[in-house]
Write a protein that binds this ligand. Structure first.
Ligand code: AMP
Length: 200
């Protein structure tokens, strides 16, 4: 099963990914996590990405497509994966299509989280508080100002993916404003239908 989770920052993609990993046994490939690791490790990719990430903009398609292409070659991704935070532009989506086609693979579904943007700023503030309360480092881009830039980037560059995937019949939508458990149940129902097509 190869799925994409689509939705603005703070929509709950990361939380739901963890649950899908546990339930379906496929890895979560988060470009945000991979880029943060590259920044922390001071790699050439990390050095190039750092300032853009801290400003809430999007890292270049070339960098991101490269890291995803390498990551999906790894053994744990052989039976499928969840892409969280990628693709984020139509160019990235086209690059992914080409990448999968070269490998003779295809996507199973794109699950879009519909959320009320007004609620997201509050969610992110809470995520930062809870992270700090656990004594963990808070993401530098989880401040209200940077978060607004991330939302702008989403609206302009990523939201068009919804129409892109609707056009290919891949798009499924969940109400991301429901309680976490309810969203999990909705996502699971979509994914179960992919693995067990219509019981007779
Ligand atoms: P995330 O953890 O998905 O919110 O991503 C954090 C930051 O990493 C984003 O604000 C971008 O700067 C960068 N990033 C993550 N994924 C991508 C992507 N697919 N394309 C471009 N930039 C990305």
């Amino acid at each position: 099963m190869r799925i994409i989770l689509l939705g603005p920052p703070g929509a709950g993609k990361g939380t739901q990914s963890e649950r899908i990993v546990a339930r379906f046994g496929i890895p979560q490939l988060s470009t945000g996590d991979m880029l943060r690791a590259a920044v922390a490790g001071g790699t050439p990719v990390g050095r190039e990405a750092k300032a853009v990430m801290e400003a809430g903009g999007l890292v270049s398609d070339a960098i991101v497509v490269g890291i995803v292409a390498d990551r999906i070659e790894e053994a744990d991704a052989r039976n499928g994966f969840i892409l969280d935070g990628f693709p984020r532009t139509v160019e990235q989506a086209k690059a992914l299509d080409a990448m999968l086609e070269r490998k003779g693979l295809s996507l199973s579904a794109v699950v879009e989280f519909k959320v009320d943007e007004g609620a997201l700023v509050g969610r992110i503030a809470r995520r930062a508080e809870e992270t700090a309360a656990r004594g963990q480092p808070v993401r530098k881009d989880d401040t209200p100002e940077v978060f607004r830039s991330r939302l702008d980037a989403y609206r302009v560059q990523t939201a068009p993916l919804s129409a892109y995937y609707a056009g290919s019949g891949m798009l499924r939508t969940v109400d991301g404003m429901k309680p976490i458990e309810a969203v999990t149940a909705d996502v699971a129902a979509i994914l179960e239908a992919l693995v067990e097509p219509a019981a007779s």
